[in-house]
Design a protein around this ligand. Structure first.
Ligand code: FMN
Length: 209
């Protein structure tokens, strides 16, 4: 059975273009993996807590010294790590807000980056990702255009996301961009159509693989 983790992050609800294209990709993947089990995290409407003293205590305090609050905070992080580790495929819809990922997606990453669980440092000090062997599809929605100059110099979304995912071992990342939607309704329509076509193609490739 294939496990798919579907993560959406837009604060724009039903207007979200990243969710729309990612949903098409998910539907196509489900069609080609009929027995797939899908776990959904809608971080835009159901955000995670930010890092705070209880969560950090839960991460770093010795297990037998943790308070009830620290244990509860760490339990949520443990669940998120388990969801990620159980996934064969991750479909991640990322809205650009102020040149980068949403704060809700950042919070998800903050819950996942756990020393000894999702990454470790080797004896010679190199970081090593521990969540390997997964395919990740990232649908990025941006008002402007960041796939080429001059916008690419201000893309603090895709490079950061790729780095953080890779840091945890998720190196097989395919990016689909819904970009340039801000310029006109037609531009938005074209951006969605192009990204949807790309999503359909990558889903077919996943079937062939
Ligand atoms: C509060 C806010 C900030 C935004 N900041 C940027 C930005 O810095 N650069 C950009 O190109 N688009 C920006 N946008 C436009 C969004 O990236 C665009 O609407 C995108 O489609 C959002 O993803 P979504 O459709 O999945 O919600 C912003 C939109 C909002 C609502």
């Amino acid at each position: 059975m294939t496990n798919i983790l579907f993560v959406t992050t837009s604060p724009r609800g039903a207007d979200s273009l990243s969710t729309k294209v990612a949903q098409t990709l998910l539907d196509d993947l489900e069609a080609t993996h009929p027995a797939a089990r899908v776990v959904t995290r809608d971080l835009g409407t159901d955000p995670l807590p930010h890092l705070g003293p209880d969560l950090l205590g839960g991460f770093f305090a010795p297990e037998d010294a943790r308070t009830a609050e620290q244990k509860a905070a760490a339990a949520l992080s443990d669940d998120l790590v388990a969801e990620l580790k159980a996934a064969d495929i991750v479909v991640l819809a990322s809205a650009m807000i102020n040149f980068t990922i949403t704060s809700t997606l950042k919070s998800w990453l903050d819950h996942l980056a756990r020393a000894g669980q999702t990454f470790r440092y080797t004896e010679d000090g190199r970081p090593e990702g521990l969540v390997t062997g997964k395919k990740v599809y990232v649908v990025l929605a941006t008002g402007g255009i960041y796939s080429a100059a001059p916008g690419d110099a201000f893309d603090f979304q895709a490079p950061y996301l790729k780095h953080m995912l890779g840091f945890m071992g998720l190196t097989d990342v395919e990016i689909i961009r819904v970009e340039g939607s801000i310029f006109s309704p037609e531009a938005a329509e074209n951006a969605v159509a192009a990204a949807t076509a790309q999503a359909r193609t990558v889903a077919q490739q996943a079937e062939a693989a």
